[in-house]
Design a protein around this ligand. Structure first.
Ligand code: ZN
Ligand code: ZN
Length: 431
């Protein structure tokens, strides 16, 4: 395995510039885990109750901070931000789903063409670093693989969901190796995430990658609060695998794409504000369109409900009147005009709504009563994300930081998309 050491880096190992930041080559196998939906509460609970000893040891010997996610606190914008080292205004992915003003159609992220910025994974791979990305779901893999795998690229990128169908041409690895003899888990199961971590451990041990990005699924966190038996079992299983990565000599960074909040009333029914119904009543049927950017083919566990939506004016409606009307509704924390939302949250203008709406903690924003598949919650409490309440995420590095990085962490708000900078540039690593 190619394994550059810290001393005397040759010119071949010059830092690589990506979206305004330089990244050093990994000095030892380096793994970034996106622990999907891992609210800081799960990490705290695991520490307090002794559920996750390896994570707890990482926090003690390395570094821990509460970081922020990019907004909205959804999966795809944050995964892409993490691998670009930059917020959505730089790479253009600000939702799983959006309304295209020009074509007047609703579009899934994966159908929307390439990212508008290169990724750290792609650029380091192109420089000669052995890079692999493994995701739980295949639609996310397609976004993360841009410039990394397929189309003559040198890297590896595959999903747990479609591991057995991998080809050298598209994924940089064959199905048999990607699957590693493990059964491919159901996409609605905790095992999907464990498969991702196991695949990462195999790639690392086989010397197939020296920089890995492993992105899990938030299936368990949508269904179970911290401390529930199912959450404990999952935390223990993830913890053991983090331990295996460390035992194999890796430097490990862990962030989440977003946190998770219970969005149910005391009686267990979901707490939903149907903005489409309220807007129709106030401004007339069909004047305004509510887009829930959490919308996703993988919806069983959240019914496309979260704490962030975009309003698009189809008819001749004054945007500021809409903003003012929404601001006056209890349960809404912010209703912002497009420019203000983009300025405050580093969002790309072309994909922002005319009015951006963020809910208070514990409130879900929907379109119209009956439009969301609530039956799929199957009697469990609605837990989801998207608002500022789920913006806090853990930021954990297994090794001690250099002094200047400790200073930065103390004086500036960290974001989950700072993690590659911290693991590649900010650690002392192993001498
Ligand atoms: Zn997520
Ligand atoms: Zn989710």
């Amino acid at each position: 395995m190619h394994h550059p050491q810290g001393t005397g880096q040759s010119s071949r190992h010059q830092p690589v510039l990506v979206n305004g930041r330089h990244y050093q080559w990994p000095r030892q196998p380096t793994v970034v885990v996106c622990f999907d939906g891992c609210d800081p509460e799960y990490v705290a609970d695991g520490l307090i109750r002794g559920v996750s000893p390896r994570l707890t040891a990482m926090v003690r010997t390395g570094f821990y901070a509460n970081a922020h996610s990019a907004m909205p606190s959804f999966t795809n914008p944050n995964n892409v931000s993490i691998i670009c080292g930059a917020p959505p205004k730089v790479h253009g992915i600000s939702g799983n789903y959006w309304y295209d003003r020009d074509t007047k159609t609703e579009v899934m992220m994966t159908d929307a063409g390439p990212l508008s910025a290169p990724t750290i994974l792609a650029r380091l791979s192109q420089a000669g670093v052995k890079v692999a990305a493994v995701t739980a779901k295949d639609k996310l893999r397609k976004a993360l693989a841009v410039g990394l795998a397929g189309d003559g690229c040198e890297g590896i990128a595959f999903s747990a969901e479609k591991a057995k169908y991998c080809t050298l041409a598209e994924h940089g690895i064959l199905g048999d190796e990607a699957q590693g003899g493990a059964p491919v888990p159901d996409q609605y199961s905790p095992e999907l995430s464990l498969f991702v971590l196991d695949a990462g451990i195999r790639l690392l041990k086989a010397g197939r990658a020296e920089l890995l990005y492993l992105s899990l699924s938030d299936f368990v966190q949508h269904a179970h609060a911290p401390g529930a038996p199912e959450s404990d079992a999952f935390m223990q299983a993830v913890d053991a695998r983090i331990g295996a990565l460390l035992d194999a000599g890796a430097l490990v960074g862990i962030v989440a794409d977003h946190g998770m909040t219970d969005l149910s009333l005391a009686d267990g029914t979901p707490s939903i504000l149907y903005l489409g119904d309220l807007l129709d009543e106030r401004f007339g049927e069909g004047q305004l369109k509510v887009i829930c950017p959490i919308t996703d083919p993988f919806v069983r566990h959240h019914g496309a409900l979260g704490g962030f939506v975009r309003i698009h004016a189809l008819g001749d409606v004054d945007h500021d009147e809409v903003r003012e009307f929404l601001s006056g509704i209890p349960g809404i924390q912010h209703a912002l005009l497009r420019e203000e939302a983009c300025r405050r949250f580093d969002l790309p203008m072309e994909r922002e709504g005319d009015v951006t709406v963020i809910a208070n903690k514990g409130v879900a924003l929907g379109t119209k009563k009956g439009a969301h598949a609530l039956g799929e919650l199957a009697g469990t409490r609605l837990r989801s994300h998207g608002s500022l309440a789920e913006r806090d995420v853990p930021f954990i590095v297994s090794h001690p930081l250099k002094a200047d990085y400790r200073q930065t962490a103390r004086h500036h708000q960290l974001y989950n998309y700072d993690i590659f900078d911290f693991v590649l540039n900010g650690t002392r690593g192993e001498a």
